[in-house]
Design a protein around this ligand. Sequence first.
Ligand code: GKR
Ligand code: MG
Length: 412
Amino acid sequence: MTVPIEAPLRHSNGAHWGRFVRTIIELETDEGLVGLGEMGGGGESAAAAFAGLRPYLLGHDPFDLEALRFKICNPTASLYNNRTQLHAAIEFACLDLVGKRLGVPVYQLLGGRLRAEVPFASYLFFRHPNPSTGEGEVRTPDQLVALARTLKKRHGFTTHKLKGGVYPPEYEAECFEALAAAFPEDRVRYDPNAVLSVEAAIRFGRRIERLRNDYFEDPTWGLNGMRQVRDRVAMPMATNTVVVNFEQLAQNVQHPAVDVILLDTTFWGGIRACVKAAAVCETFQLGVAVHSSGELGIQLATMLHLGAVLPNLSFAADAHYHHLVDDVVQGGKLEYCNGCISVPSAPGLGIELDPDRMARYAELYRELGGYPYDRDPGRPGWYPLVPNQDWADPTVGGPVALINQDSALENR
Ligand code: GKR
Ligand code: MG
């Protein structure tokens, strides 16, 4: 599926080229129930990867979720063939099936709902203008604040996350300060996806530590890098990068480097893994939040059910969702109210696919194909080192051509 977004989103490793590409799976039981799952990326390779798991799934009872985990994610076999993200999509579909079979929402299967709605952050990106309308650019502090105001007005956000790592750190610090100054009552967070050096991260952190920060998200790479920044900046550290499995979580408990673990239902291999990880975090007094790696309505539903059941969720969740112009689920996009989205309460994940929208966005995928997450259409040939030393120029703006993946790779 390809669903358009308002404008191309820039991040420290490339960009989302005006659309999100996702793969939707449907698992059917012998009783005729259908469970829905979703994974990032798409095309023939994703379809082939799921088709390859057909023999693992035929005859498997969707209630047997622990068995499914070992069947698909055997730890040694995973060294050769990591299927964490495939497993996540299949787990979502199984939970959807179990909920539908029992007539209960997924949150009832996970311990029960502690909240009826989940709060979200505004999740702001630097953006290229929309190539059709020429609108939507975010490059300057004024443009950033204007977008945040629009989103706050439209959706009611009271937490603002800036995805950075695009422009020089000093320039992004100015942008972030302008954002914090524009919303003195709200909370803020900055995330450059780990491309700052330890020293640059410390400088940046010290400069912004007086603001109303939730946390400092992945300023630099690695648990050891994060630990050094944590020692020298007075702010909680958060990650969705270096604690994404139980081994890393154990390591972080033994040698703390990160204070808040951002749980991603895909990166961790399913909703249940996130619930288990949150329980470990509760035991060791680590914070948790819900992470977004881009989503359509199915994945969003997994984030909502997760957010509904976590006792220790003390931060607004991330979602790319408000950047989408539409969704593939019945009724179109789920709505925000006062910065929150209601947790679906129909059986299973509580959302259904809209066949017309599915057909339209499958066709759009066939037309446009994929795009490389790690390439920016505004900077052909560029790719970041880690730490990055070659930033985008904030004085250069305007539309960029959204050429296809093959041309982008030819330009390397
Ligand atoms: O979608 O560009 C993006 C984000 O940068 C995504 O890849 C990250 O996983 O949103 C994420 C984050 O780091 O918080
Ligand atoms: Mg992040």
